[in-house]
Write a protein that binds this ligand. Sequence first.
Ligand SMILES: [Zn+2]
Length: 437
Amino acid sequence: MSVLVVRGALAVVEDTGRVRTGDVVCVDGTIVESIDLAGVDRAGATEVDATGCVVTAGLVNAHHHLLQTAFRTLPGTRGIPMREWLPAMASAYTSAGVDPELTGLAARAGLAEALLSGVTTVADHHLTWPSGADTVGMARAAAEAAAGLGARLVFVRGAARDDPQEAAASADAIVRALLPGVHGGVSADGMLQVAVGPAGVHSDPRETFALLGEVAAMHGLRRRTQANEVVDVGIALERYGSRPIDLLDEWGWLAPDVTLAHLCAVSDDEIARLAASGVTATHAPGCDVPMGWGVAPVRRLLDAGLAVGLGTSGGGSNDAGHLLADARLAMQVSALVGPQLPASEVLGTATAGSAEGLGRPELGRLTPGSAADLCVWDVSGVADAGVADPVAGLLWASPGRRPRTVVVGGRVVVDEGRLTTADEHDIVAQLFERVRR
Ligand SMILES: [Zn+2]
């Protein structure tokens, strides 16, 4: 039996808006009630001192494009409309050559960054599949990067103007290779999940949505896509004379197993339809704001009853995979489109809200029975001096803070701010070497 005890925290955020004090006890990778310890041999237990710290669940990044970690701050990708951004990124992918090696190195860097900033689960919406590429090899490289670091990965077999038949065949092959014999899309240890996701109605035809949907139904996978960025609405109107939500509805993609990222320009009527369908949402302000797409009406989505998660999106638009920084941004910009969201509720989107969209209720919470994924945030430094509410301070104070300790499935993967599973500098050097920068 493996036991880990986190002691002496100033505050433990168990669930959205539920804060307590006391220890956090994990047995064999699961959070248990402290009283369960009575019969447990604690001699071999790992102890984490959380004096002066806030403990939260590990953050869940519901929308990332890990490949873009290799393409941050590229000249010609900032301050331009998405119609120009897409070909600029595409030409960078082509000249670098997207293959299993690059996919693995970019994922390794992005996932290391995730863990070091408190993100224990990343949904990687992979959209770049050069024709003839070893797609199973690419997916496997990302999965191996996650396994090597001790991070949880949700690999989303995306599509962006791919041949629909090829995309579906590749998605099917990826599930069979990465999760042999599994129905439901999640490995037995919960460390790897596979999902499918066309880039959006602006990019992929009805056939791609239909065929990837069939693969999802066959293997019990979650479905994910992007909707209602400005360009998505514009192209949908131009091409089909309909708005993206109407198309997704017609194409069978408004359902409880579907998560829609972005949702910037949605009307009240559309929000009501989304809520009635059971679909979930992912807010990605760290991408939406710099791309000029606006601010998703998170308050109205939550009030309508949608589960809302938080994602960073990728390095092509948001050069950081630091989800807590984007939680701070989400809170700040929420006041532009309605009442300001409280810190506790935004933290809830970055944890339990994201997990709900992945169909993973065991993630994003520290209630008994939840997965033992947690972060220990030191709030004793000068940037937190004078803070009245240490949980609100997690988001409001000390921008860019990193956790001292990160635990995934009961295993310490970040200790004193350093990876325990890999050398950060090697990861950086290998990626720079591969992209020759
Ligand atoms: Zn995105």
